[in-house]
Design a protein around this ligand. Structure first.
Ligand code: PMP
Length: 436
């Protein structure tokens, strides 16, 4: 049975005020809750797996700041390290030992990169990686996949047109058509389209960029075989392969999707978890490729706050926790049990609802399909059901990202009791969605 809506009076008041300051009342579009309730919840604090909104409502949080908070909110190790470093000043625009420390922690535990550059967001990491690939190969065109998101850099705000292989169409006003003409877009998991693109644009494609675990448009898991094929095709064509691991990096394992699938990409991009909740991104590659970056190489990239000491401190503290033996095994086992219970429930009830999962990522999909590996496989009409589910879950104290295209994350702070409470709320919400 539906239960009454929670009180949202304070959030509503804050939102009205916010609309006078920010376009749409927010500093990033999805936060506006447009595809669910219509007005956002304003969050006041977080601790472990729980968050509290401005009206005092408490939620178990499965958004986890869209992925960075793999240890949950306000983890003491991260908080203490940040506070310690902050005592000494917050930015110098000069090198600090903390940058070396975070780089050492990453590089010595990651087979896939020899050198790294820290930036301040995932978007910046990807933008720089693309420029590096173009500078390295001396080619202009890039290839991306429909259903992958790589941040809001111009070259990648491009969506597929109609046809197997298309020059992209801009997906945002303000992106010159000429930029989109340099970006080729093909469907995920489609070998024929990829080969056609390489045939049509022989010796012109600088880089292929993919989320090896596409997690921004549902969870569009790719087969290992397809990713190998991608690797091979890039190698044969002198094209650099970029794995955008802004979500999957440090999430499916310390070495991310590259290790999960056993594939060496040419450039990797990171964000989210690498910064422990503070604004950090990074890109890395072999020393030979990375040495094309300024000041040793001719590809320019810079940042006033790149390698910011406070952000480095958060990253060091968080990544050190991830290296503890058994960290990922425990997190993944907890997630698998959670997912399995929901899968059993829906199978028993005969509901057209699937949970796709990898590591500690999950995605709820209203579908009868057993696999969903390309953007076209998702029925937009199913999002109405998600909308109902989201509202029912919010009313039961469960916070999911406010869109059915978004994945959920489980952190080490989620307890078995949290997950039990969540399962009950999910079962009740699904009963409402399917029986109303
Ligand atoms: N790449 C991927 C795979 C992402 O998921 C995101 C953010 N969701 C980005 C890039 C952009 O990162 P940011 O929002 O930090 O700019």
């Amino acid at each position: 049975m539906s239960i009454p809506d929670i009180s949202r009076a304070k959030s509503a008041e804050l939102y009205e005020k916010a609309k006078t300051y920010f376009p749409g009342g927010v500093n990033s579009p999805v936060r506006a809750f447009k595809s669910v309730y219509g007005t956002p919840l304003f969050i006041e604090k977080g601790d472990g797996s729980h968050i509290w909104d401005a009206d005092g409502n408490e939620f178990i949080d499965f958004c986890c700041s869209w992925g960075p908070l793999i240890l949950g909110h306000n983890h003491p190790a991260v908080r203490n390290k940040v506070m310690e470093v902050m005592q000494k000043g917050m930015s110098f625009g000069a090198p600090t030992a903390l940058e070396n420390e975070l780089a050492e922690l990453i590089i010595s535990n990651n087979r896939f990169i020899e050198k790294i550059r820290f930036v301040s967001s995932g978007t910046e990491a990807v933008m720089s990686a693309i420029r590096l690939a173009r500078g390295y190969t001396k080619r202009d065109k890039i290839l991306k996949f429909e259903g992958c998101y790589h941040g809001h850099t111009d070259a990648l705000l491009v969506k597929a047109g109609s046809g197997l292989v298309t020059f992209g169409e801009t997906s945002s006003a303000g992106v010159p058509k000429a930029f989109a003409d340099e970006t080729i877009v093909v469907a995920l998991n489609d070998k024929e389209a990829l080969l056609k693109a390489f045939a049509d644009f022989k010796d012109q494609i600088a880089t292929v960029i993919i989320e090896p675990i596409p997690a921004n448009n549902g969870l569009l898991l790719q087969s290992k075989e397809y990713l190998y094929f991608l690797r091979e095709t890039c190698t044969q064509n002198g094209t650099l392969l970029i794995f955008d691991e802004v979500i999957s990096g440090f999430r499916v394992g310390f070495e991310g999707a590259a290790a999960y699938y056993g594939i060496q990409p040419d450039i990797l991009t990171y964000g989210k978890i690498i910064g422990g909740g503070l604004p950090v991104g990074a890109y890395g590659a072999s020393a030979e490729v990375m040495d094309h970056i300024s000041p040793v190489g001719s590809v320019y990239q810079a940042g006033t706050l790149s390698g910011n000491p406070v952000a480095m401190a958060a990253g060091i503290a968080q990544l050190s926790e991830l290296l503890r033996p058994g960290f990922y095994e425990e997190l993944h086992a907890k997630t698998a049990d959670f997912v399995k219970s929901i899968q059993n429930f829906v199978a028993q009830k005969g509901y057209e609802f699937k949970v796709f999962t990898i590591g500690s990522i999950f995605w709820f999909a209203f579908t009868d399909k057993d696999t969903i590996s390309s953007a076209d496989d998702i029925d937009p009409a199913s999002m109405l059901k998600f909308k109902t589910m989201h509202r029912e879950l919010i009313n039961r104290g469960i916070y999911l990202g406010p869109s059915g295209y978004e994945v959920g994350f489980i952190s080490s702070a989620h307890t078995i009791a949290d997950l039990e409470t969540t399962k009950t709320a999910i079962f009740d919400s699904l009963d409402i969605v399917f029986n109303q």
